[in-house]
Design a protein around this ligand. Structure first.
Ligand code: PMP
Length: 357
């Protein structure tokens, strides 16, 4: 049975990437060695890191004279602390927008290092919409937002303009749509949704965003050292970076972020149209803020939800159960997911819907 993987992360990889992984685990570039066995300070791996960085910037339409790329470990969660550790002095304020669980965690982590001002929040509305008409702060260390809210399924369509350095957690929508990536001074994302597997965190830093902070920062947590050592301050997650390189190459072959964005738009429209036409299923968030990556919806009753979940299980639909905080369903539609898988889910939903009429 074909499995259709709607998991929220780690999540589906393109077939072609998995095939290349298998081949290169057996025999990396015809060297007789496995990609799992090569040294990180080899020419071959140095080439992979350089090529992955160049591809990432190219796909984001950013220039290497303006931005640096580093591949780190510790997930996006480590960034929640590492960013304020490096960019927020004790006597300064950093400004955060709270749009859900992940922003809340970033806010909490920043409080260890300086003062934190939450100047816009979706909390009162249960995080089911993106805050509107916000007034951006003009003084302070930086502004932070989360571009896509993986758990509740909301996403920023348009970003506010910031005169302060702008930091964004793009863990669940990086390279999923065209946008002005140069709007930001610092972009970070775990690779495990749109760019590969768990184990490497992508960080893109504008060269002008630097700061001398009067606090002792462990070497492994200093961005400058990672940049100066081309992501090889210590042994990097070789295989995770390799999979990111393959996935970035795949995105480029698909026609880049423009083509991927159009495909993602099609997938999201198919699913939301199905939800909106249904008498059984219902979307949970404000329509204009719906995420193209994580579509959240519920059924009319818990019994119906259980029934549909069990049908999904029998029919090969995987990972569609909603997060425990929001309940219902969450279908994640990341880059690697095909239009066919979404069509398959929609057909099943339509069939279920008709059976209840
Ligand atoms: N930010 C967002 C938006 C996420 O979706 C996640 C994970 N799902 C994280 C941060 C945390 O990432 P990690 O598990 O890589 O630390």
């Amino acid at each position: 049975m074909t499995i259709h993987n709607f998991n929220a992360g780690p999540s589906i990889l393109p077939q072609e990437v998995k095939k290349q992984c298998l081949e290169n685990i057996q025999n990396f570039n015809q060297s007789g060695l496995s990609i799992l066995e090569i040294g990180h300070r080899t020419k071959e791996f140095e080439h992979i890191v350089a090529a992955a960085s160049a591809l990432l910037l190219d796909l984001m339409n950013l220039s290497s004279t303006e931005y640096d790329v580093v591949f780190l470990q510790g997930g996006a969660t480590t960034q929640f602390s590492q960013i304020p550790m490096n960019f927020l002095a004790d006597n300064e304020t950093a400004h955060y927008i709270n749009t859900g669980v992940w922003s809340s965690k970033a806010i909490q982590a920043a409080k260890d290092f300086g003062s934190v001002n939450v100047f816009a929040s979706g909390e009162e509305k249960g995080f089911l919409s993106i805050p509107k008409n916000i007034v951006m702060p003009t003084q302070g260390a930086y502004v932070h937002l989360t571009s896509n809210n993986t758990i509740y399924g909301t996403q920023w369509n348009e970003f506010p303009a910031s005169t302060l350095p702008f930091v964004v957690d793009m863990s669940s929508d990086i390279l999923s749509r065209e946008m002005n990536y140069n709007h930001f001074d610092f972009i970070y994302a775990g690779a495990q949704k749109n760019i590969g597997i768990a184990g490497c965190t992508i960080v893109v830093i504008k060269k002008t965003f630097h700061k001398k902070i009067n606090r002792k920062i462990p070497q492994m947590l200093q961005y400058r050292l990672h940049i100066d050592n081309q992501s090889m301050l210590n042994t990097p997650p070789v295989f995770a970076i390799y999979v990111a390189y393959l996935t970035l190459s795949w995105i480029k072959e698909q026609g880049g972020v423009k083509a991927i964005g159009e495909k993602n738009k099609t997938k999201a429209k198919m699913l939301y149209d199905t939800i909106d036409a249904s008498t059984v299923f219902k979307g949970t968030v404000e329509k204009e803020d719906r995420s193209m990556m994580n579509a959240c919806f519920v059924a009319n009753s818990e019994i119906l939800e259980q029934e549909f979940l069990s049908i999904c299980k029998q029919k090969g639909i995987y990972g569609i159960k909603g997060h425990r905080l929001s309940g219902g369903f969450r279908a994640s539609l990341y880059n690697g997911l095909s239009i066919e898988s979404v069509a398959y889910l929609c057909a099943l939903m339509n069939e279920f819907d008709s059976s209840k009429k």
